[in-house]
Design a protein around this ligand. Structure first.
Ligand SMILES: Nc1ncnc2c1ncn2[C@@H]1O[C@H](COP(=O)(O)OP(=O)(O)OP(=O)(O)O)[C@@H](O)[C@H]1O
Length: 712
């Protein structure tokens, strides 16, 4: 299995040249040079914290090589292509169990099998075989109900399910009993012995690595020595690999002391010198050109099928909903609930308002004050009679009344006389010809509700009154004065609900999608499943591939990522439909403009929310933080975007900023489309689309920048 000559780059399964990875404030991998041929088992040994996992994660592209001391950046080539290992080509078992714990064993195996485009029959066979091989419990058992060791075995099975050409296994035998461990190694030996498959395995159990074709010892991020186990034992004259490792460590320690005592200038890059390029193993019959053909073939079959991966992700998400009905509620019922609650609680016509009524004239049906009292809708205003204004005022100030209507002793007589004299009437002469209404100035909606009812009554009594407002300077109450006049038109056709609903609809869609994207991606990250097939969950990779001109990257899994994106878009469409249905059909809110324009506004806001969620998912890694940030963002947006109160209520300096927030223009446009019949031709509607689009792009660019920064 081992060639004595160094392999050229184009004949290796994996080739690492001068790979350094800097994490935190240290070089976790230091100038790693390694060439692994096709076929056989390569075991990476080393103490905890030496960098084994970092090397594995770098191979699968979760981490990137960083600059060496001389400023150059190392390269990784997988099957002859300068890229990371991904797609069907690779079976990766990360150190964490990285499982969708709400799935059963079978569902989880099927999910990854489908992603790898395996036909169902084949999948069933493999599933049965692996369950038997790894002594797993019943296939319909939920993963979360398995023991830690069983979960690790499922994790191992996932790496094997699609019979990949390259297996990257980070501690596959941890927590496994010795008998099963032997079985696992036997299986790895069997599948790699024909030279087509390569397994890279890290392990703490140094002695089990004797079964590997090549072992490499690692310490402090450097490879100490790489060779066949038997050769190492002979060379170092040791009985076991542990002895070899100890000797290598001592040698390295001595060399280190010598180097320090010598002039450092003599050793320009000691790390590179110490890490010899190794040529671990290739099948003896392989030649460079055959290997290259093989690499090309492997790469071409590694491309996943769009249909299959879409199907796999859809089943996974449907199962997630089935197992976790709370998610179903969050995604679909919460939007309905939010709109319903809003429509039920905000902006509705006020009823049963307690209002004091003080009339100093004798109330009869023949008097105008009697007429007013009779005509007032008792459902709206609950009139409570008082003998004097001071009595009513006392109750008002105690908070038992929302307003007081005060009518003078000569109201009917003076009103009639004033009508007779018409415009020649002297206001001071007819001081009783007015209805005085005291209302709480702090409750604007209450003022409107009382005024609306009184105006309705006055109109119904065929009297034309002038409505005037003023705030008395010495009291916190507004005084409503009603006197005779024509031409006063107050349009109460639109309620506060109408004012707020467009903003609420858009904010529900925006924030549902922030949560959907951020949470689902953060969850994938936190349970480690992204590490396994790291392209499955995060469609940023897709976008990044587009930006990096994906051809250069070799084998891609954009289809898988695209499928995930499409599923999220489908959820967005369903949300738009149910939210608009609730608002427009169930609560009969008017739609004077175009429905398509309304849907498009919702869609662009949903997309904007998704990209905002992407930023959160790249910055935060825990579910709780994601929740907190989403919640924290909710209220500022609600308050600043003019959803609750018109923007005109904000100070000018603030308004100039908030006008251009992601939702502000969209809300204004939505109001116009719903209530005033605006179309796409309206400038504000166009501005709404433009602003939302610009924010979406900015969020995406920012996300990619953060994403790249974090992966380094
Ligand atoms: N994201 C990170 N930021 C900073 N340092 C890190 C990060 N990840 C790992 N390290 C450090 O890199 C070193 C190597 O970690 P790594 O997980 O690769 O070790 P390992 O050999 O796999 O250990 P083990 O066998 O215990 O899993 C450790 O010192 C660890 O603290």
């Amino acid at each position: 299995m081992v060639d004595s000559e160094p392999l050229s780059s184009n004949s290796s399964a994996i080739q690492l040249t001068d790979v350094t990875v800097h994490l935190g404030n240290k070089d976790v991998l230091r100038s790693i040079n390694l060439s692994i041929g096709s076929g056989g088992i390569f075991a990476l040994l080393g103490p905890s914290g030496c960098g084994k996992t970092t090397l594995m994660r770098t191979l699968v592209g979760r981490l990137h090589p960083t600059s060496n001391h001389d400023g150059t950046v190392g390269t990784i080539s997988i099957y002859d292509k300068f890229s990371h290992a991904f797609g069907r080509l690779v079976g990766f078992m990360p150190q964490e169990t990285a499982l969708h714990t709400t799935n059963t064993i079978e569902e989880e195996l099927f999910f990854y099998g489908r992603l790898a485009n395996m036909p169902t029959e084949k999948l069933q066979q493999r599933c049965q075989f692996l369950i038997h091989l790894l002594e797993l419990p019943n296939k319909s058992k939920l993963i979360r109900k398995l023991s830690g060791g069983q979960q690790r075995r499922v994790s191992f099975a996932l790496a094997l399910i699609h019979e990949p050409n390259l297996l990257i296994l980070d501690e596959p035998t941890v927590g496994v009993d010795p008998l099963l461990r032997r079985k696992i190694w036997q299986h790895l030996t069997e599948i790699t012995m024909n030279g087509n498959r390569t397994a890279i395995v890290t392990t703490h159990y140094i002695e089990e690595a004797r079964q590997a074709n090549i072992v490499s010892f690692m310490r402090h991020g450097q490879l100490l020595e790489t060779d066949r186990p038997d050769k190492l034992l002979i060379k170092h004259n040791q009985q076991n690999l542990e002895g070899v490792f100890l000797e290598l460590c001592e040698e390295r320690h001595l060399l280190h002391i010598q180097n320090r005592s010598r002039d450092k200038v003599h050793l320009k890059n000691p790390l590179t010198i110490m890490n010899k390029i190794c040529q671990p193993f290739v099948s003896s019959s392989s030649s460079s050109s055959r290997n290259r053909r093989c690499c090309a073939a492997i790469r071409s079959c590694a491309r996943p099928s769009f249909g299959r991966s879409f199907y796999a992700l859809l089943i996974k998400d449907l199962l997630k909903f089935q197992r976790n009905p709370a998610m179903l509620i969050i995604h679909f019922l919460v939007p309905i609930l939010q709109i319903t609650l809003f429509c039920l609680c905000v902006g509705r016509k006020l009823t049963n308002i307690s209002v004091g009524f003080v009339s100093r004239e004798i109330i009869q049906s023949s008097t105008t004050s009697g007429l007013i009292m009779e005509k007032i809708d008792k459902n709206v205003i609950n009139l409570i009679g008082y003998k004097s204004l001071s009595d009513a005022q006392r109750m008002f100030e105690k908070g038992h009344l929302s307003g007081v209507i005060d009518i003078g002793a000569n109201f009917t007589r003076e009103i009639l006389a004033k009508v007779e004299h018409c415009s020649f009437a002297d206001e001071n002469e007819y001081s009783d010809a007015q209805v005085l209404i005291y209302v709480d100035q702090t409750n604007r909606q209450m003022i409107y509700a009382i005024a609306e009812e009184i105006i309705r009554v006055l109109k119904n009594t065929s009297m034309d009154f002038k409505l005037g407002f003023w705030s008395s300077s010495d009291s916190k109450h507004a005084l409503l004065k009603l006197g005779r006049s024509a031409n006063d038109q107050l349009d109460f056709e639109f309620t506060f609900t109408h004012f707020m609903v467009p903003g609420i609809v858009l904010s529900v869609i925006f924030f549902m999608n922030v949560g959907l994207t951020a949470l689902s991606l953060v969850l994938e990250q936190s349970d480690g499943t992204q590490d396994r097939v790291w392209i499955t969950g995060h469609y940023l990779i897709f976008l990044q591939h587009q930006l990096e001109f994906s051809g250069v990257l070799g084998v891609r899994s954009d289809e898988i990522v695209l499928s995930q994106l499409i599923i999220h878009l489908m959820i967005l469409i369903i949300q738009i439909v149910i939210v608009l249905f609730t608002a427009l059909v169930i609560f009969e809110l008017p739609l004077k403009g175009s429905l398509i324009c309304t849907i498009l506004l919702c869609a662009i806001q949903g997309l904007c929310g998704m990209t905002f969620g992407l930023i959160i998912s790249t910055i935060f890694t825990t579910e709780i933080n994601t929740h907190q940030v989403t919640m924290a963002a909710f209220y500022p947006v609600l308050l600043l975007s003019g959803i609750i109160w018109p923007l005109e209520g904000q100070p000018m300096w603030l308004r100039t900023i908030t006008t251009w927030l992601p939702m502000t223009k969209a809300i204004e446009a939505m109001r116009g489309v719903l209530l005033k019949g605006w179309s796409i031709k309206h400038l504000i509607v166009q501005q709404a689309f433009a602003v939302s689009f610009v924010w979406t792009i900015c969020f995406l660019i920012l996300t990619l920048l953060i994403f790249n920064y974090r992966r380094l």
